[in-house]
Ligand binder design. Structure first.
Ligand SMILES: *[C@@H]1O[C@H](CO)[C@@H](O)[C@H](O)[C@H]1NC(C)=O
Ligand SMILES: [Cu+2]
Length: 124
């Protein structure tokens, strides 16, 4: 009997855990950067009026022969510079989960960031 109650308790704990996981999945939004236009030179203004939260996912769609996505620091964003150790994303369909605070991304192809291919996404 005691053993039966024990496994029922474990079962309830597992179900409760799955509900928590589902809750997080259901509450994280997926945003396509630039919407139909994709990740490009005019992406900087795409963030305006949107509300992002930590855990939300950004999808970067672009032509990978001419662009990339590099998560950078605030300084890297301002200077349009990525450190050599940067994690360069280049699949053309990259998904990035937003963390708390401001998340910065640039395209590191020569001149692209300077031409506006950069975004700063602040999570609430
Ligand atoms: C990607 O860009 C290259 C170079 O401009 C071009 O030749 C190619 O057709 C483009 N691919 C797509 C899918 O637009
Ligand atoms: Cu580019």
């Amino acid at each position: 009997m005691a053993q039966g109650r024990g496994s029922a308790g474990a079962y309830i704990a597992v179900v409760a855990m799955l509900c928590v996981v589902n809750f997080h999945v259901a509450n994280s939004a997926v945003f396509t950067v630039g919407d139909g236009g994709g990740w490009t030179f005019s992406s900087g203004s795409w963030t305006s009026g949107k509300r992002f939260r930590a855990g939300d996912v950004l999808v970067f769609n672009y032509n990978s022969t001419v662009h990339n996505v590099v998560p950078v620091s605030g300084a890297g964003y301002k200077r349009c510079a990525a450190p050599s150790s940067a994690n360069v994303l280049s699949s053309g369909n990259d998904r990035v989960t937003l963390s708390k605070g401001t998340n910065y991304f640039i395209c590191s192809y020569a001149g692209h960031c300077q031409a506006g291919m950069k975004i700063a996404v602040t999570t609430a």
